[in-house]
Design a protein around this ligand. Structure first.
Ligand code: PYC
Length: 318
């Protein structure tokens, strides 16, 4: 099934791309955003591939569908996706969505509630153009879980939910710097595969599909920590990853290392920084807020010529 054209707006948040489809989205059957995400996966996966994969996209591309929400308290809904499937949540993408909504004249500075497949989040557009996102409740499920990783030995990490499931590794494996991206990709991919092989999951058997490796920041005056995040589909996040920062904040909260409102500066692998803080719910759960900047970099109309064999993208090799 195909449609004539769609319109997209591209942004990047700390180097990580977001491509939001703003017009031409097919009917996703109505219902909640979670129900529409299921329908999108089952019936319109071609659209995900056409937007995220080559020749229009690439493995690091994160896409989103801008949708109306059936919730009267929400401005809109969004379904995020990448080179292989839908994402539960994407905070760098929501920061990008914030500047796109402002560009479209749909929001001005202030708070706006956004409906997602895993809960309602609050986006704040600040006067200086920064965007903060108060995420869904986040928590650490398990501390220092050991996994046997072929060629690397035992690796220990925390399992935490920050809108996606993360395995958070501290100072093990290759150095966390941009000279070691291929080694970090190989290491975190091996950890992800080992977790799956050894049946180590998030809550309700959910796959731990994001692996986050931490090291010291390049400049301690600018950040408290630096990360490398492997995303599902095996591309790494160019930004510090908002759900990954949320998972880190949840672990710091559980360890009582971060008080309410205290700022944590998380650098990513190319040294862009997100500022995060927590609002405690109880001793283990919190609402993380992640703040960053995004820039609009393009707008386009996509065509789907029936005789173009690659009109729906080239399936990612990963
Ligand atoms: O910023 O939450 C995020 C994210 C998830 C996947 C890529 N970026």
């Amino acid at each position: 099934m195909s449609i004539a054209t769609i319109k997209v707006i591209d942004s990047h948040t700390g180097g990580e791309p977001t491509r939001i489809v703003v017009a031409g989205i097919p009917d996703l059957g109505g219902g909640s955003i979670a129900e529409q995400a299921n329908f999108f996966r089952e019936h319109h996966d071609w659209l995900r591939s056409a937007v995220a994969n080559e020749p229009r996209g690439h493995d690091a591309m994160v896409g989103g569908l801008l949708l109306p929400s059936s919730r009267p308290d929400c401005l809109c809904g969004v379904i995020f996706f990448n080179n292989i499937s839908t994402l539960h949540m994407c905070i760098h993408g929501t920061i990008g969505l914030g500047v796109i909504l402002a560009h479209l004249g749909k929001i001005s500075p202030g708070e706006h509630r956004i409906d997602t497949s895993v809960g309602v989040i609050t986006l704040t557009l600040h006067d200086d153009g920064k965007v903060s996102v108060a995420n869904v409740p986040s928590y650490r499920m398990a501390r220092q879980v050991a996994v046997q990783v072929p060629n690397y030995g035992e690796v220990k990490g925390d399992i935490a939910w920050g809108g996606n499931w993360f395995f958070l590794i501290n100072e093990q494996g290759p150095p966390v710097d941009s000279q070691h991206i291929s080694e970090l990709t190989a290491f975190t991919t091996a950890v992800k595969n080992a977790l799956a092989d050894q049946g180590i999951t998030g809550e309700n058997g959910m796959e731990i599909d994001h692996i986050e490796s931490f090291g010291p920041p390049a400049d301690a005056s600018l950040a408290d920590s630096k990360n490398f995040v492997l995303c599902p589909g095996n591309a790494y996040d160019r930004s510090p990853c908002g759900t990954g920062t949320s998972a880190k904040l949840a672990c710091l909260h559980a360890d009582k290392k971060l008080t309410a409102g205290q700022v944590w500066r998380q650098a990513g692998i190319i040294n862009s920084v997100f500022e995060g803080s927590v609002e405690p719910i109880d001793e283990t759960k919190c609402i993380p807020t992640v703040c960053g900047r995004a820039w609009i970099i393009g707008e386009a109309t996509y065509h789907f010529s029936p005789d173009d064999p690659f009109r729906h993208g080239i399936a990612s090799a990963t």
